[in-house]
Ligand binder design. Structure first.
Ligand code: SF4
Ligand code: SF4
Length: 665
């Protein structure tokens, strides 16, 4: 057997062994996906494709963290170029004299340099900078992969540098050092100057060693992947392609009759959820932005994914299934989530954490594993239709004292229907704000009405606490009136209700356009129905999670502030990267255990670090409540004042706002 024959046989054996091993390790995962629930992720594939290309080749999300994004781009590009190298190296073995065009050698060598630089920086980042987001990730796996990539790069240059000296003996062809492949060219000259190039045995050994380090390590890499976080090399691209295209703010699609929301086994997840577990890169970006994690609570969205993945791996290796909710992922972790969606927004491979957390919460609820306060709220929603445990007849009590009575939209047609929400209706501190919104609408001459006792809690939080049945009941109570009442458009003050009406009620066929009051007021100003005088103040604005991140309403509140002549100073975390107040997902009612720094306190500290900003503008009744408390608990009463955007507008149009008025400078 000639040297070439041995290399050919070795290549085929290595390739077959690595591929078969890879498939054997992957098949059980695909079997679980097959048994999992269905979800339609193959619709509208042209737009999925263009989205995927933008994310994969443009690194759009990855580049949000500049250093990591650039490092990943180098390493990712190295893999693309590696493909050229593999074709070239294997081509040489099977087709003597085969060589890709010279400029491709240059591309390969250039990227070897960039990948090596990327590797050094990646090791520096892990070993020296040690970002907190890597905490909990499998460090060993990270180093193994970086080491493998480094070995492949060395192998490429080694066999390239020995090729011209080994080719006459191995392949019976003559070849020359190619200056385009500048690394191999330089190293080849080292072999020539030391005389190593002229020893056939050394030249052949050097070439074969380089070939095995290159192609052998690529195939070893393939075999190693199914047990590594770097499985994302194969799964990230399909996972991005299969991203959710249903409304962003919709937590779960319509449930089939025989389906519950609870996730007790991996088969209760949908197949994309299962795929997510193996797509996680352990980058920790989700952990870095999680308000619960920052507050010192026991939740990390990354660890939720990894705990589930590792449990599934144990199950696939023959171990008994473990209870997922309250076992693999603890109840404390699950109930810490505010469902703010920051994790999903940050994840470069579009993993959906929140539906999994809500599904696991649903299982906890079925087992009664929920704190007393939450139980009380759930009972309140069920019996009275509100989270305050107050009779429904008290819901419109806030309207008393208004000069002009508000129309009952159940009894007469109105142009605008206002879905007020629990907090704005029942919380005494927020009722004044609701009256102000009503006065603004009256000032603008809007024909509007409310549902009075006919309105119930929208169910957004019930669903996120895992109570699909209760959400359905609340939704149907509201839909009875939303469908019977006559109105042209609907608006809400509460972003949580906004989300439910806009995204969750679609599953019951509710299609009316829903707006947030910031959008509605902006229109009124643009139509000339409200004419604000400039307020000469500097403010910062907090994007509510259920308005901004989940519904992408970022511009309307800012434009509204601009129309009021307000100078807006953004906090470092704003827009899609806004930091949650800590109230969502039912957290506002839950006991606070082990909280080191409340998310709202953290946020107020961020705001007071801005120079000369004395107003913290909110556009959500819950935010008003959370941040007012945070201003007090952080001792910033003299430094910053929390104001609702409607308060500012009321001031700007000359409505008198007792006590809460801000001074015009
Ligand atoms: S939704 Fe928010 S609180 Fe929940 S895990 Fe994600 S980042 Fe953390
Ligand atoms: S879930 Fe996404 S953001 Fe979080 S560690 Fe995994 S890949 Fe990174």
């Amino acid at each position: 057997m000639s040297g070439q024959d041995i290399l050919m046989v070795l290549t085929i054996l290595m390739f077959v062994a690595a591929t078969v091993y890879f498939i054997i390790r992957m098949l059980p995962i695909f079997r679980v996906m097959q048994k999992a629930r269905s979800t339609n992720r193959l619709d509208n594939w042209p737009s999925r494709l263009s989205f995927m290309l933008g994310q994969v080749f443009g690194h759009k999300r990855l580049l949000r963290l500049r250093l990591s994004g650039v490092l990943h781009f180098f390493i990712f590009s190295g893999f693309v170029v590696l493909f050229i190298d593999i074709v070239d190296a294997i081509g040489q073995v099977f087709v003597p004299g085969f060589h890709l065009d010279a400029p491709l050698d240059f591309v390969v060598d250039l990227w070897v340099v960039l990948v090596l630089v990327g590797l050094v920086l990646a090791v520096y980042q892990r070993a020296v900078i040690k970002p907190e987001r890597y905490h909990g990730s499998d460090e060993k796996d990270g180093y193994i992969i970086l080491g493998m990539i480094g070995i492949i790069m060395i192998g490429i240059i080694l066999h390239e540098s020995f090729y011209p000296f080994a080719a006459p003996y191995l392949y019976h062809v003559h070849a020359q050092l190619d200056p385009w492949g500048f690394l191999g060219y330089a190293l080849g000259h080292v072999w020539m100057s030391t005389g190593l190039a002229y020893h056939p045995a050394i030249a052949e050994t050097g070439y074969i060693l380089g070939y095995l380090l290159d192609i052998g390590m690529v195939l070893a890499f393939l075999a190693y992947l199914p047990t590594s976080k770097h499985l994302h090399i194969f799964l990230a691209v399909p996972s991005i392609f299969l991203h959710k295209t249903r409304p962003h703010g919709e937590l779960v699609p319509p449930m089939k009759e025989d389906e519950g929301m609870a996730i007790r086994t991996f088969e209760d997840m949908n197949w994309k959820d299962v795929l997510d577990l193996f797509t996680c890169t352990e980058c920790g970006r989700c952990q870095a932005v999680c308000p619960a994690h920052a507050a010192g609570q026991p939740l990390s969205p990354k660890m939720v994914i990894l705990e589930l993945r590792d449990a599934l791996r144990r199950e696939l290796s023959g171990k008994d299934p473990e209870p997922l909710a309250g076992g693999v992922v603890s109840a404390a972790e699950l109930w810490s989530c505010t469902t703010c969606g920051a994790c999903q927004e940050a994840c470069p491979v579009f993993i959906e954490h929140v539906p999994k957390i809500a599904g696991l919460r649903a299982a906890l609820l079925e087992d009664g594993d929920v704190d007393k306060n939450s139980q009380k709220v759930l009972v309140g929603w069920d019996r009275q239709g509100n989270s305050f445990g107050q009779p429904q007849r008290k819901r419109p009590a806030w309207t008393k004292g208004l000069d002009v009575a508000i129309k009952d939209a159940r009894k007469e047609p109105v142009d605008w229907l206002w879905f007020v929400g629990d907090f704005a209706s029942y919380d005494p501190r927020l009722q004044e704000l609701s009256r102000l919104v009503a006065q603004l609408l009256q000032r603008a001459g809007i024909d509007f009405g409310i549902l009075y006792e006919g309105e119930s809690n929208a169910g957004n939080e019930a669903l996120r606490m895992g109570e699909y049945g209760l959400f359905e009941t609340l939704a149907h109570k509201n839909l009875k009136w939303l469908e019977e009442a006559q109105y042209n458009q609907i608006f809400t003050t509460d972003p949580h209700s906004f989300n439910a009406l806009r995204n969750e009620y679609r599953k019951f066929g509710f299609e009316k356009p829903v707006r947030h009051y910031t959008q509605a007021f902006l229109d009124l100003i643009e139509q000339g129905r409200l004419s604000p005088a400039p307020l000469d103040i500097r403010v910062t604005y907090h994007d509510p999670c259920y308005l901004g991140r989940w519904n992408r309403v970022f511009d309307a509140p800012r434009q509204l502030l601009e129309k009021m002549g307000v100078e807006l100073v953004e906090m470092p975390r704003h827009g899609p990267n806004s930091f949650c107040c800590g109230a969502g997902g039912g957290r506002i009612w839950m006991e606070e255990v082990g909280v080191k720094e409340r998310p709202a306190d953290n946020r107020i500290r961020e705001a007071v670090a801005l120079p000369d900003v004395n107003y913290f503008v909110v556009a959500c009744p819950k935010d008003m409540s959370m941040f007012s408390a945070a201003v007090q608990s952080t001792g910033n009463e003299d430094r910053i004042k929390v104001v609702d955007v409607a308060e500012l507008l009321a001031q700007a149009v000359g409505l008198i706002v007792p006590e809460t008025a801000v001074a015009m400078k």
